[in-house]
Design a protein around this ligand. Structure first.
Ligand code: ATP
Length: 478
């Protein structure tokens, strides 16, 4: 099978809408900037990615526990963490076309890496480009760009009585990252579950950031989901555990079908003052034109707990049974965007290819081209589709429904009797369904077996109905 050209962002966006994965939010009102809704297949895929992460990070570990903390937290949380004062991005405006840009991203286009630079450093670099007459708006080409200024990413809201609506006192923030809730619940976890160092707390949940520019579909949005794990340890355990987690996270991508030449490590050279190591896993997005961050793995020292202890007055130390001493644990985190991973898996799996002319499907006139989502079976939104060969033969339909009703108690299944078999295969290929089961006349008249067709090889085999459960158990075992 010959694979066709690479995926463009337009292709992925259009596929997501056409096949009910992702819709722009509030479309009947003209849309709402950088916010997206997930349709039937989108939420199935998102849940499967989340479950795969949870399985690796919590279910298969004895040293990590789960948490689901609230989106709203005491406003002091974000003062203590430094977010209210410092969670900013540098913004540049084009005075002609009125577009806004992140200054550090604009500078990246000139090969300058000013990640974590001060506003002065950024404006100095912009001035140098301006003097060389190189600085121009990436959208309209105008040279009329403003200085960089600080833009807060924190999203504000109000809680409490409506009369408080405009009062500063009622301002709360929608959390910009989920780990804040983990730091605040660390003490309850210690006091109730009594874990021993080193141990982790993991959670999945929504986060909100007033991103300056959010033009890359679901790669960067203002409302998104994070999957984060904070690992609490003694300082002397950091080096070893950090390397272990780096390896575990790297292996997770390979396990779910990401080729190793499509991911790499990006090492942060400029670290926050409390951090000792910071690496990102970057994926080579075809649709976004290159490597971009999907996950951060950071050694954060005791910054988070010491800030919250200072600010709240709570004792956040840990009593070490062996040394009989109290210590403030250090933290390393793994932090990944669920929506970003969904885009990564689609980018990696969506394939348009010519069907081998010698294959059964091509020779039966079932189309010479297909779009197929070659995604890991465990992540596929629908696992098995069940068809009666013909819609108007009640015996075929009844048998196919019987199989569907039995299989759907174990796997996410779809029953489809619409159009010819070739069209049904194409529909299932495009949403990534690994197996299609067809009930035909032979099933009823001859051998009580069905045809099972494989998404990737397009090969078909006969399987007795009584063996189907075992057959799929083997196919989906992990
Ligand atoms: P960037 O530099 O791209 O703005 P960041 O380094 O601030 O991102 P982190 O705060 O480390 O990102 O967030 C951890 C992870 O959360 C990221 O690797 C990414 O997968 C996800 N993430 C962060 N911001 C967004 C967003 N606006 N939309 C979608 N996912 C996001």
């Amino acid at each position: 099978m010959k694979k066709q050209e690479t995926n463009s962002l337009e292709k992925i966006v259009s596929f997501c809408k056409r096949r009910g994965f992702v819709y722009p939010s509030s479309e009947i009102y003209g849309g709402f900037g950088a916010i997206y809704d997930y349709g039937h297949y989108g939420i199935l895929l998102k849940n499967n990615i989340r479950d795969a992460w949870w399985r690796a990070m919590v279910q298969l570990r004895e040293d990590v526990v789960g948490l689901d903390s609230a989106i709203f937290m005491h406003p002091q949380t974000w003062v203590a963490s430094g977010h209210v004062a410092g969670f900013n991005d540098p913004q540049v405006d084009c005075k002609e076309c009125k577009n806004r840009f992140r200054a550090d991203h604009l500078l990246e286009e000139f090969g300058l890496n000013l990640d974590k630079a001060t506003l002065e450093e950024i404006n100095k670099a912009l001035d140098e480009l301006r003097q060389d007459k190189k600085l121009k708006c990436p959208v309209c080409g105008s040279k009329n760009l403003t200085e960089a200024k600080v833009f807060s990413l924190m999203v504000k809201s109000n809680l409490g009585s409506p009369t408080d609506e405009l009062s500063e006192k009622s301002v709360v923030y929608l959390r910009p990252e989920t780990c804040g809730g983990i730091y605040l619940e660390y003490k309850n976890v210690l006091d109730t579950l009594h874990p021993k160092l080193p141990f982790g707390i993991a959670q999945v949940g929504k986060a909100f950031r007033n991103e300056i520019v959010a033009r890359q579909f679901i790669f960067r949005t203002r409302e998104f989901e994070q999957m984060e794990m904070q690992y609490f340890l003694k300082p002397e355990q950091m080096e070893e555990k950090y390397e272990k987690w780096k390896q575990l996270r790297w292996d997770w991508y390979l396990e779910y079908g990401i080729p190793k030449d499509k991911i790499h490590w990006y090492k942060h050279e400029k670290l926050a003052h409390y951090a000792s190591q910071a690496y990102d896993i970057e994926f080579d997005f075809q649709a976004l034109g290159g490597f971009k961050e999907v996950e951060g793995i950071h050694a954060r020292g005791d910054w988070d707990l010491s800030q919250h202890a200072k600010s709240s007055g709570a004792d956040l130390t840990y009593f070490d049974d062996e040394t009989k001493e109290r210590l403030l644990p250090h933290i390393m985190e793994t932090s990944v965007g669920l929506n970003r991973l969904l885009l990564m898996f689609l980018d990696n799996a969506y394939t348009e290819e010519d069907v081998d002319p010698s294959s059964a499907e091509a020779s039966e006139g079932r189309g010479e081209q297909r779009a197929v989502l070659k995604i890991d079976k465990r992540l596929a939104p629908v696992k098995i589709a069940i068809f009666p060969l013909l819609k108007n033969k009640p015996n075929l339909v009844a048998k196919a429904r019987e199989i569907y009703l039995a299989l759907r108690t174990k796997y996410f299944c779809e029953f489809d009797d619409n159009g010819n078999i070739g069209k049904r295969y194409r529909r299932q290929d495009e949403i990534g369904t690994p197996y299609c089961v067809t009930v035909d006349f032979e099933t009823l008249e001859k051998d009580d077996s069905v045809t099972v067709r494989d998404r990737d090889s397009m090969k078909q085999e006969r399987v007795p109905i009584k063996d189907l459960e075992q057959f799929f158990l083997e196919k989906f075992k992990s």
